[in-house]
Design a protein around this ligand. Structure first.
Ligand SMILES: Nc1nc2c(ncn2[C@@H]2O[C@H](COP(=O)(O)OP(=O)(O)OP(=O)(O)O)[C@@H](O)[C@H]2O)c(=O)[nH]1
Ligand SMILES: [Mg+2]
Length: 598
């Protein structure tokens, strides 16, 4: 074995030494390269120094985590912050939401077509004796293939409804579904109003006109598939998952910490999804924004094959968002080379949607279709569900459609992983100029393990609890009532030792939907027996639910702290702007008080 002795030449010196037989030209080239490298190194050092000084001057960023179950309104709240304080970046993204809105719309249409399909097959499967109750039912039905594709009521040869309808009997929850909303699971055998207890009919009111519409709208199935493919995994709702409401509590008991970086899934979720279709919509916009947009062409599955976004200067993963004020925009410079991938599918989808506009309007406006949807309980599910655009078809399907702010706020795309938004409040407030970071998380049960690593490094937590969901079940686990799930998460949040100094702010959200639900006659006491004989109006119900959350807060908080709560409908951007401003001031004051700045 060779041994290094003191007499041996220093291996480092040897490695750095120029080649023995270096020519003058090679030497000149080498020295040029070395000078260039020195210059770059000095520039990086100067940049880091300037950044550190700026950081010191600005102070640490205010960090806010948004929590709540899936579809509680976290991302919608972020959009409200974005609209209020980073509107230019919101505008830059706005047109890209068109694909999401189109997908939301097409899904609603396909849900209607599915319902009509069921209606027809249910009526066909009725025994002959039932069908022959009415003389009209002996009429021969034309085969679908024979139907001329025109939308006219005159061709109708199908029977009209008789008055002898099957009695509507909702097999819904009985009493005691939610005796104590904080306690255990629901009875898995019970069903609620919103879960699709549908009443089949022994005959169909559908005519040739509807069949023609069905045929003409059939291409929208492909459109849905194509848009889902273009936008990636965030378009599907959370898969079934029978995990805990607050899976981190066990970790907390064991004082187990996992590094946050492990969980950051930069460039997944809706931002990446939007960027995949963005370029196909607006070539001019693309040309002007191409250099700064964090344009993603990867969905979550493709991520592992891509270069990971990493900010060498700051030593952390790059934000997946372009949502930041101008002087932060260089954050995403590494990604500019990915910009501009064209998604012709989204454009083709927009063309088909545009040419189907009239038929979509006709389908949704049709009184027979409306009656079937109402009877099968699909109507309220659509109207009160996320991403409802059926009342805006003519506008949304137009060739030159550009989403409005309100459209973007109403659009639905699931958040995957944890997404980070950075921005500064340019003007106003007690702490103008300070950087803020909002963390938006995926709220499905399968995503909640990713929340915990953020607990020890945040100043405030905004918790979204949709109070209209008292009669709904979790998509990922149908045994669990959604209000109960919210309360279980809230309980764990309030009781968390890591969060004991964190300012908790509760948004009792979806008050507009609560109002709608109650006005169509849904009774709270049926799902929350403890509600008793209190009035079934939105104000009383909201007050009662607020008290439930407050009780949990008071009981679980490890230390005394103030309870902040707001009744919100975060799709109402005007009202939410006021709430957001109040919350912002409150968080800033608290932050500065803690930092002994005030
Ligand atoms: N009517 C009504 N709709 C709301 C309200 N808040 C949110 N929504 C809608 O509900 C849907 C879901 O909202 P998101 O903000 O995406 O929910 P989220 O909590 O981010 O959900 P995940 O990303 O799955 O965790 C969207 O279509 C929103 O427009 C509200 O107060 N009223
Ligand atoms: Mg979200």
């Amino acid at each position: 074995m060779a041994v290094l002795t003191m007499d041996s030449p220093d291996p480092l010196t040897l490695a750095m030494a120029p080649p023995k037989d270096e020519s003058p030209a090679d030497r000149w080239a080498r020295e040029q390269r070395e000078a260039q490298a020195r210059l770059i190194s000095e520039q990086i050092d100067a940049h880091i120094k300037a950044e550190k000084q700026a950081m010191k001057k600005r102070g640490k960023p205010v960090k806010v985590l948004l929590l709540g179950q899936s579809e509680s309104g976290k991302s919608t709240t972020v959009k409200n912050f974005q609209m209020a304080y980073a509107y230019s970046s919101f505008l830059q993204e706005r047109s890209a939401w068109r694909a999401v809105i189109h997908l939301n719309l097409v899904r609603s249409i396909n849900t209607i077509l599915d319902t009509l399909g069921k209606e027809l097959s249910d009526s066909r499967s009725q025994p002959q004796s039932t069908r022959s109750m009415s003389p009209a039912r002996s009429h021969t039905r034309p085969s679908t293939a024979q139907v001329r594709p025109t939308v006219s009521d005159k061709a109708s040869t199908l029977p009209r409804p008789s008055t002898a309808r099957t009695k509507y009997s909702p097999s819904i929850d009985t009493e005691n579904t939610l005796v104590n909303p904080v306690a255990g699971d629901l009875d898995p055998d019970t069903e609620d109003d919103g879960d699709g207890e549908e009443e089949a009919s022994s005959f169909s009111t559908l005519t040739d006109k509807h069949r023609v519409l069905q045929l003409r709208l059939a291409p929208l199935r492909h459109v849905q598939r194509d848009l889902e493919q273009s936008l990636g995994a965030a378009t599907s709702e959370a898969p079934g998952f029978r995990g805990d409401a607050a899976p981190w509590t066990r970790q907390e008991d064991l004082a187990e910490r996992r590094p946050r970086e492990f969980f950051i899934t930069s460039r997944t979720g809706w931002k990446s999804a939007l960027n995949r279709v963005k370029s196909s919509y607006n070539a001019v916009r693309r040309a002007s924004l191409g250099s700064r947009e964090d344009a993603g062409d990867a969905d979550e599955n493709a991520m592992s094959n891509k270069r990971k976004p990493y900010d060498r200067r700051r030593g952390r993963p790059i934000s997946p968002f372009a949502f930041m004020n101008r002087d932060d925009s260089d954050d995403d410079a590494d990604w500019s080379s990915h910009t501009g991938e064209c998604e012709p599918q989204a454009q083709t989808a927009a063309e088909i949607i545009s040419s189907s506009a009239e038929d979509m309007v006709a389908l949704w406006a049709d009184p027979d279709v409306q009656a079937i949807l109402a009877r099968r309980k699909v109507k309220s599910r659509l109207e009160e569900g996320p991403g409802f655009f059926l009342n805006d078809v003519a506008r949304v399907a137009a060739r030159d459609y550009e989403p409005s702010d309100e459209d973007v706020v109403r659009a639905r795309l699931r958040t995957m992983g944890v997404q980070e938004y950075r921005f500064k409040f340019d003007k106003g407030g007690v702490d103008a100029g300070r950087e803020w970071i909002l963390y938006d998380v995926g709220g499905a049960r399968s995503s909640r393990h990713a929340w915990y690593p953020y607990f020890d490094d945040i100043h405030a937590l905004i918790f979204l609890a949709p109070i209209s969901c008292f009669d709904e079940r979790l998509a990922e686990d149908h045994r669990v009532n959604r209000l109960q799930d919210s309360l279980m998460i809230w309980k764990a949040v309030c009781g968390s030792k890591l969060l004991r100094h964190v300012q908790l702010i509760l948004f009792l959200n979806k008050c507009d939907l609560l109002q709608k639900k109650l006005s169509r006659g849904v009774r709270v006491v049926k799902y929350v027996p403890s509600y008793g004989d209190r009035p079934n109006d939105a104000q009383s119900v909201a007050k009662y639910f607020r008290q439930q959350f407050k009780d949990v807060f008071m009981k679980q908080s490890p230390e005394k702290r103030t309870f902040y709560s707001y009744l919100t409908s975060v799709i109402d951007t005007k009202a939410t702007a006021i709430t957001v401003a109040t919350v912002r001031d409150g968080i800033q004051r608290n932050y500065m008080k803690d930092a002994d700045i005030l």
